[in-house]
Ligand binder design. Structure first.
Ligand SMILES: C[S@@+](CC[C@H](N)C(=O)[O-])C[C@H]1O[C@@H](n2cnc3c(N)ncnc32)[C@H](O)[C@@H]1O
Length: 443
């Protein structure tokens, strides 16, 4: 630390532009200097009479305003120019300064280079770790910097039973990433097995890749293939599931309404757009899961009156549509718009394959009363209690339920609570992580 004359310290334009002075912060530092001292500011030395300010604009301003001081305590850093800029931006963020897209990338790149963990980056940005992971994934240059740094656990390590939090911590990756690596491996083994590869052949194939498997372990993996969420596209993941194995499908597919995640505050905005792509996805996903259904099975598909006319014929191409259930939202509120009737219900198309009967002592009715959720986990989150009703009407304990548009995992949680077996697929990593957490914490 060194005392440097205040007039030797220059504020670079970038910092000046990015960060406005907050009068209350300057005031606080003035009081601190009057009653003692404050932590040193951070500067870079150009020569004996020239220093560039990196962090401490408010402290410097406080000292200047107090007039009686000629010098200020400084810590001198030797970061290079590119790093300096990112460091300055990073320091400024602690004061809640909003960054541009490019600044964000600069800061993240710098932090990755410094070897900071995603947990630490999340603290700096005041957002969740999964939001940081998403942000890095979205930018190819950040993803590359990160993957150059990251080492991943090997399958042999995971096979030794090192799982979850422990490995995630050891490798500084998310728990979701560990279960994704593990899930992909379990998937590979079980889909080989389902496709008729013998256990001996699987052991040999894996051993050629350096992976040590035993017959016992394969048996465990095959069992583990249920009660899992897969991160991925259902059109590529569903074909890996076992044929003729699912008792009931409950899906809430996207209908051409997209949600944009805002990196800063993690809120979601709806953008209505053309739904032909979404209808095509529905058709393709049904084509993919149809062979996975048992001969006698039930299918529930959430929809809305806006697309009902287009969705029903798609379902009828594959199954018999038996009914359209109405989910009557009991805690609906009027709102203050007078231009249209308020939306109080959603539709659930009930279809069957083969001859599966509804269960329960009383015949269920096609209007289901249930309050809606606060959508805190997903913008179109469905109530677990509502889905439980469908599950109880259609399946017994230990039967298998598939939701290949899992979102925040409402169907999976309902299945878990009712002791059914379940498989979920979700392609958005942020929702996948929410879903995993929800299933661990039963929330
Ligand atoms: C309407 S939301 C489901 C919400 C869910 N019912 C809940 O309660 O949270 C549809 C979900 O499907 C996911 N999705 C869209 N296309 C997909 C695909 N091809 N494969 C897997 N998931 C997909 C979206 O990311 C979204 O989370």
């Amino acid at each position: 630390m060194k005392e440097i004359p205040i007039e030797y310290i220059k504020i670079p334009e970038d910092i000046d532009g990015i960060r406005k002075l907050h009068e209350e912060v300057v005031g606080r530092y003035m009081e601190k200097y009057e009653s003692g001292t404050s932590k040193p500011i951070l500067v870079k030395e150009i020569d004996r009479h020239n220093y560039i300010l990196i962090d401490g604009k408010h402290r410097l301003e406080a000292k200047k305003r107090l007039k009686k001081y000629r010098r200020i305590d400084c810590e001198i850093t030797d970061l290079d120019d590119r790093e300096l800029y990112a460091k300055a931006v990073e320091c400024n963020m602690e004061h809640g300064v909003r960054l541009s897209e490019n600044e964000e990338i600069d800061v993240l790149k710098n932090l990755i280079e410094e070897g900071r963990t995603q947990e630490q980056m999340a603290k700096i940005f005041h957002i969740s770790r999964s939001a940081i992971a998403m942000r890095i994934k979205r930018d190819p240059s950040l993803a590359k910097s990160q993957s150059d740094k990251i080492k991943l656990p090997t399958i042999n390590e995971l096979l030794l039973g090192k799982m979850g939090v422990e490995v995630a911590k050891l490798y500084d990756i998310s728990k979701g990433r560990v279960s994704q690596i593990w899930g992909n491996f379990v998937n590979e083994i079980t889909s080989d097995f389902n496709a008729g590869t013998t256990k001996e052949e699987i052991i040999t194939n894996q051993s050629n890749k350096g992976i040590n498997l035993t017959e016992e372990k394969i048996n465990e993996l095959i069992k583990e293939d249920l009660n899992k969420v897969i991160l991925g596209d259902c059109l590529t993941e569903v074909p890996n599931l076992k044929d003729d194995s699912i008792d009931c499908v409950i899906i809430d597919p996207p209908y051409g309404i997209e949600y944009q995640s805002n990196f800063k505050n993690e809120k979601y905005d709806r953008i209505e757009k053309d739904n032909s792509e979404a209808l095509d996805l529905l058709d393709k996903s049904i084509t993919a899961f149809k062979p996975k259904l048992k001969k006698d099975s039930h299918i529930y598909i959430f929809t809305s009156w806006k697309v009902f006319g287009k969705v029903k014929p798609i379902i009828e191409k594959h199954f018999t549509v038996k009914n359209c259930l109405i989910w009557n939202k009991t805690n609906w509120s009027m709102g203050d718009l007078k231009g249209n009737y308020a939306e109080k219900y959603e539709m659930i198309i009930f279809a069957i394959q083969g001859n599966r009967k509804l269960l329960g002592e009383k015949r269920p009715v096609n209007v289901l009363d249930c309050s809606h959720t606060d959508n805190s986990k997903h913008p179109t989150e469905k109530p677990v209690e509502l889905i439980k009703e469908l599950i109880e009407n259609s399946t017994k304990e230990n039967e298998i339920i598939l939701d290949c548009f899992a979102g925040s995992g409402s169907t999976l949680l309902a299945s878990k609570e009712l002791k059914r077996k379940w498989i979920g697929i979700e392609k958005d990593e942020e929702f996948y992580n929410i879903c995993k957490r929800r299933l661990i914490e039963n929330e």
